[in-house]
Design a protein around this ligand. Sequence first.
Ligand code: HEM
Length: 422
Amino acid sequence: MTSSLGNTASSRISASSSPGVRLSLHPPSSFSLLSFSSSFKPFAFSPLSSHFSPHQRRSAVNVSSSRGFGTVASPKCAASNSDQLKSAREDLKQLLNSQFCHPILVRLGWHDAGTYNKNIEEWPQRGGANGSLRFEVELKHAANAGLVNALSLIQPIKDKYSDVTFADLFQLASATAIEEAGGPKIPMKYGRVDVSGPNECPEEGRLPDAGPPSPADHLREVFYRMGLNDKEIVALSGAHTLGRSRPERSGWGKPETKYTKDGPGTPGGQSWTVQWLKFDNSYFKDIKAKRDEDLLVLPTDAVLFEDPSFKVYAEKYAEDQETLFKDYAEAHAKLSNLGAKFDPPEGIVLDDTPVQAVPEKFVAAKYSTGKRELSDSMKRKIRAEYESFGGGPDKPLPTNYFLNIIIIIGVLAILTSLLGNY
Ligand code: HEM
């Protein structure tokens, strides 16, 4: 299959609003894709507005390649193949454990799905998990700054498994990253159909901003449009327990902190938690405490403990990791299905998650005491005699027959012994 990303090996991406930053795609298989020129001036945790104009924020990434990710349409629009999905999952685990790229793969899945608009019925106009994020036109949206690196990382896996759609691969990568980082098992299904061209990408502006004037209203506006509720907004925000924010990508976060200066992966950025490759409930504990200058709290994070409805869930998750895991797994699965068209319509489930407990079949031999079984011919003989007295498999012998037989046998036995004495 012709790779839609294969032509990008030599593409270079530069952040036009900060000329000192160069995002190089050489080599594409490495996670260390970011390099800074000495002219880049780091700045501390602060909102975008003080460093970028709104225009600069919108055009933070400029893809200069003439043959970018989106210039070649995927020739395959059919759904994925179950065996290939399983093998791709194993390859993703290896990638995650060698490149420590869990966070960016979660963000990739979220940004493909998060464009969904429940008020539009038609596919693919409604947006969502349909693989459109592979196209240059969508990758260039300011909110997707840096995600070109995630695509480079998974491209070799896409090339290996041509029957796995981009839409499925993005969601498989994200769910596998959560699970491999110690998070809950996500009840996923696959079979998402890919959009086939850049003309099917959603318009810019469907994903949330981190610093809007009224964060709670903004989050509700964006997530309600996706058909998600307050509980799901809070649970999904918990994904920020993983990863870092990088000023040269989103404009948010410090260039580095004591928790990020040594990597793993490309060093730098500001994380929300100390162990930012581990999925747990520390995000909720840390954004509540706001005690550590080196940990990030975006306005849209802080509001989870300020808005009365969000706060109920945020407090719960800070206390109770089990509830977070349960709610997160459900919300993540729902997010991953937004806007998706499945082939087959019911989707493909990879894991043998027991839908309903099937009672174990009784196997007599398993409980055998070691006594020998009767041979089949002996069983047939006994059955024939039994039936000759009027019995059968579903028809017990009448009690009087039994009694008569026992009496006859008893009388015969006594007579035999008496006669034997003479
Ligand atoms: C609630 C609204 C959200 C806002 C405003 C938001 C904003 C951001 C921002 C500004 C970054 C930093 C990007 C960068 O500089 O590289 C980021 C990173 C991230 N986001 Fe969100 N996000 C939101 C929701 C979500 C959701 C729902 C998920 C997943 C379910 C998610 C997963 C992530 C992850 C894992 C990273 C780290 C990426 C990395 O380390 O490369 N976010 N987000």
